[in-house]
Design a binder for this molecule. Structure first.
Ligand SMILES: NC(=O)c1ccc[n+]([C@@H]2O[C@H](COP(=O)([O-])OP(=O)(O)OC[C@H]3O[C@@H](n4cnc5c(N)ncnc54)[C@H](OP(=O)(O)O)[C@@H]3O)[C@@H](O)[C@H]2O)c1
Length: 376
């Protein structure tokens, strides 16, 4: 999808100069030559970067092959920046061509949907809006349980639509599999919501193979959203193969392993108690951060040879796994957003990809990703 607004934006200097810089970083502009005048310089073809999630009538095109995770703009990533700044960031992302935005009822709870709804209002119809239901929330607090009862799903969708200031959610995920509600009932409820025009497409988060098959048999699934990164590679074993078989796309969440893979956090980083789940995740203790640091060394050394940051190498590695993998890195900073989007331009030679995968695969990751196993 290439918006008219995006095409207009490309003609202005900002992204143009960014693309010149990106091309030069990728080694396409011969060293020492001056960039040609704008009229002679090739336009950036964002279409070639587009990726497709899902198939048939439930497929979604995603510009850059990458979306924007909005959770950290209001929840769970320590410092919460000024709301106006975050609205401006989401709108800037849209101007840069981003058209896939991820939020959930649970983020805040509710606050993040409110933020995203307000931010996207001016261009709502031109983007893919993704949200989720499925956590139990009482008195504005997550109880730690799940709730995918059909009546509850319907209630949450009505509330989400209102917070998101829209009449349809483009991609609605079940956030976690609910062991107390048969998947057939969950998928059946979403199917009804699709028929009623309140939802366009169905997704699952952290679902196992059996749950995916059951759901897909009732209502075609467009995407599975599950943690996947160079530090969390389990989805490659069973989930990606079942997605390939059924024509389902894959959306890696926490693709930068909650900032670890950027090299920006270290054993002295203080996570804000009460607004950062990294305080309770075993992989973010000072000991684990130190023990896993050789990953950052590998990413830094690898990236240095071609002018890429560790974050860019980590995102490009994910996108090199399958053409239908669409990561949703989260950020509160325009500079990081631009850096992350540039990674969609990166290609590896088969030898580079193999070397990176093998070298990092040999590093034993210290610390589980969650304190208790996720129910699938
Ligand atoms: N389905 C689920 O259960 C689930 C769970 C978690 C998250 N999610 C979704 O996935 C999205 C992303 O996940 P996440 O926030 O957990 O993890 P992430 O995207 O792996 O990492 C985000 C963190 O990395 C930092 N960062 C991003 N780009 C950077 C760069 N280029 N250089 C340095 N630091 C950078 C951000 O800080 P700055 O703000 O400083 O850039 C932020 O603290 C969320 O927004 C949410 O939509 C879904």
């Amino acid at each position: 999808m290439q918006h008219p607004d995006r095409r207009r934006f490309l003609k202005t200097g900002t992204l143009f100069s960014a693309s010149v810089l990106a091309s030069s970083v990728m080694g396409r502009t011969p060293t020492g030559t001056k960039p040609s005048p704008e009229t002679n310089y090739p336009e950036v073809d964002t279409k070639k970067q587009t990726r497709t999630l899902g198939s048939g009538k439930h497929q979604i095109e995603v510009a850059y092959g990458m979306g924007l995770g909005c959770m950290g703009m209001s929840w769970n990533r320590s410092f919460v920046p000024d709301k106006k700044e975050m609205i401006a960031l989401i709108r800037k992302a849209y101007e840069m061509g981003v058209d896939f935005f991820d939020t959930a009822e649970a983020y805040g709870p509710f606050k993040n949907e409110e933020l995203v709804g307000e931010a996207i209002a001016p261009f709502r119809k031109k983007i893919t809006l993704c949200s989720k239901f499925g956590f139990d929330i009482q008195d504005n607090k997550l109880t730690g349980g799940f709730n995918s009862n059909p009546k509850h799903i319907r209630m949450v969708v009505e509330q989400s639509l209102s917070r998101l200031k829209t009449d349809v959610i483009d991609l609605l995920y079940q956030h976690r599999v609910d062991p107390n509600v048969p998947m057939e009932d969950v998928a059946g409820t979403v199917k009804d919501l699709i028929q009623e025009g309140k939802v366009r497409n169905f997704g699952l988060s952290e679902a196992g193979v059996e749950a995916i098959r059951k759901a897909h048999a009732v209502q075609q699934v467009t995407a599975i959203q599950t943690e996947f990164s160079l530090m969390t590679r389990e989805p490659a074993q069973e989930i990606l193969p079942v997605c390939a078989e059924l024509g389902i796309g894959f959306v890696p969440y926490s693709p930068l392993s909650r900032a670890y893979l950027t090299g920006y956090i270290n054993e002295r980083t203080k996570f804000m108690v009460g607004n950062d789940n990294r305080t309770s995740l075993p992989r973010y203790t000072p000991e684990a951060i130190i023990a896993n640091w050789s990953i950052i060394d590998v990413l830094t050394e690898f990236g240095n040879q071609r002018g890429w940051t560790p974050a860019q190498v980590a995102l490009a590695w994910l996108m090199a796994q399958k053409t239908w993998v669409v990561p949703i890195p989260g950020t509160t900073k325009l500079a990081h957003l631009q850096e992350n989007l540039w990674s969609a331009d990166i290609t590896f030679t088969p030898d580079e990809l193999n070397r990176l995968t093998t070298t990092i695969g040999e590093i034993k990751i210290v610390g589980a990703r969650y304190p208790a196993p996720v129910k699938k």
